[in-house]
Design a protein around this ligand. Structure first.
Ligand SMILES: Nc1ncnc2c1ncn2[C@@H]1O[C@H](COP(=O)(O)OP(=O)(O)OP(=O)(O)O)[C@@H](O)[C@H]1O
Ligand SMILES: [Mg+2]
Length: 454
């Protein structure tokens, strides 16, 4: 369920000439009104952080020499502003721009007090809806993007496991983001300032694994000209990420198990044991139950590694996140294109949803990057993504094409401006109010991030 922040009936009335009748109307409707007369007071109020409606009386507070200070007040993210001004004031370019960029609405004076109160109520309601979550960085976990239920569950799991020291086992298809998840757990953990050391267990031959993991002393074997610290010791105090653990050669599994049981290592050729304090995260795309059954993986080692388990959702199960990740990739690599790209054609979006994505997020990034370079039109088509065979035969109406283009333009503008509606609206040459209306009509309004404690 999407949530909205609690709506307060609180308004900050920024004026140097408060209208008694208007104050009375607010109070009659049980609004808590705070009258302020300076930019400094507005800032103090906004720094309290709670959400409120705002009413700025441009006729009394706007001075051309103080426009910049006024702009910083109007940009405060927790106040939903409504401007009131005489029509002549809005002839001037600066107040007009301030209203267009920062206010949910404006009222031209003279106006009925009731109407002003209603308009502020609307702005206050809008601000309480919050920013669209898909573009709000608080929904991303580290560099992980996602707004679907499965990704929210993953982010919650990351936060929970990060606070403990227990081993975490991450399971998921290739390219789903297992390494990103491991890095996010480390970054959220109390060990974040110590090293995060990753080792690809499948890539190191069994005979070298011992020295790679535990290091060696000088003279331990021919060619060991100096002491070398192993990966486990290098991770001391931090996190050791055992990637592709399912591919760890069977003959290496016993020594890893010993280390996990004793939390000590001995360098090859060394005579003492060294205590190490590392947090273990492991990951694989291998079906471990099957590997254990086939005798390829030791059950005792698996149970040591898999105290807490995280399952990475495949991309095909992430719904609209597919589009979001595609847009994110376009945004990131758009300068690779020879021309300005506006987004994805409707046939590309349809194909992305029909395709199975065996290579998951990595495959999507690669396909989009290639399409950015190869595209010969202003939008990326299914053909550019090499997904033509996934396009439906259903004809696309012009209205639908327009709608898709509009939604993408908004998503891209918000991505570019990190979710700041004022800046995105300016780029799109629309008012902030229009932007909010469009967000609602496209169903792009999301609530707060889900409760991390759930
Ligand atoms: N949720 C996400 N948001 C943004 N980028 C992502 C996300 N998930 C994965 N990626 C990107 O996809 C690519 C693959 O991610 P990663 O290497 O973490 O996957 P993996 O599961 O470890 O893959 P493999 O099984 O092939 O090792 C990386 O470029 C990563 O940055
Ligand atoms: Mg990986």
């Amino acid at each position: 369920m999407q949530k909205t922040k609690a709506i307060t009936r609180r308004v900050i009335y920024f004026t140097r000439d408060p209208a008694p009748g208007l104050l009375a109307s607010f109070r009659e409707r049980e609004w808590d009104v705070e009258v302020v007369g300076s930019v400094r007071e507005v800032r103090q109020f906004a720094q309290g952080g709670s959400l409120a409606g705002g009413l700025v009386d441009l006729s009394s507070v706007f001075e051309p020499g103080e426009a910049a200070a006024l702009e910083t007040c109007l940009a405060m993210p927790n106040i939903g502003w409504v401007a009131m001004a005489a029509a002549t004031h809005l002839d001037d370019a600066i107040p007009r721009r301030l209203v267009r960029d920062y206010c949910f609405d404006y009222v031209t004076l003279p106006a009925a007090n009731e109407r002003i109160v209603d308009t502020v109520g609307h702005a206050c309601g809008m601000i309480s809806l919050g920013e669209p979550a898909c573009l709000d960085t608080s929904t991303a976990e580290g560099q992980m993007i996602g707004t679907c239920d499965a990704m929210y569950a993953l982010f919650r799991a990351v936060r929970k496991v990060a606070t403990t020291n227990a081993p975490v086992f991450i399971s998921g298809e290739s390219g789903t983001g297992k390494e990103l998840t491991a890095a996010a757990i480390h970054a959220r953990s109390p060990r974040r300032d110590a090293p995060f050391v990753a080792i690809n267990c499948g890539a190191i031959p069994a005979q070298l694994l011992q020295s790679e993991l535990f290091g060696y002393e000088r003279g331990a074997f021919t060619g060991a000209n100096q002491r070398r610290v192993g990966r486990v010791e290098a991770a001391n105090g931090g996190t050791l990420f055992l990637d592709e653990i399912g591919d760890l050669p069977f003959e290496s599994q016993a020594s890893l198990l010993r280390f996990l049981q004793e939390s000590t290592i001995s360098r090859l050729g060394g005579d003492g044991s060294i205590d190490v304090d590392v947090r273990i995260i492991s990951a694989t795309h291998v079906d471990m139950e099957a590997a254990i059954e086939d005798g390829r993986f030791r059950a005792d080692l698996y149970h040591r590694l898999c105290v807490l388990r995280i399952d990475e959702p495949p991309l095909r199960a992430r719904g609209k996140d597919i589009e979001l990740l595609a847009l994110y990739t376009l945004e990131r690599y758009r300068t690779d294109a020879s021309r300005r790209l506006y987004g994805f054609a409707p046939d590309a979006i349809a194909a992305m949803h029909r395709y199975d994505w065996p290579g998951n997020v990595r495959e999507l990034i690669n396909r989009v990057r290639r399409a950015i370079v190869m595209s010969e039109t202003r939008t990326i088509t299914a053909e550019d993504l090499e997904l033509s065979s996934y396009v439906t035969a259903v004809p696309i109406t012009l209205a639908r094409a327009r709608e898709t283009a509009e939604r993408q333009a908004i998503e891209l503008a918000l991505l570019r401006h990190r979710g700041r509606p004022g800046d995105a609206a300016r780029e799109l040459s629309i008012s902030r109010t229009t932007l909010y209306r469009l967000l609602t009509s496209h169903g792009m309004r999301y609530g707060d991030e889900p409760d991390a404690a759930e």
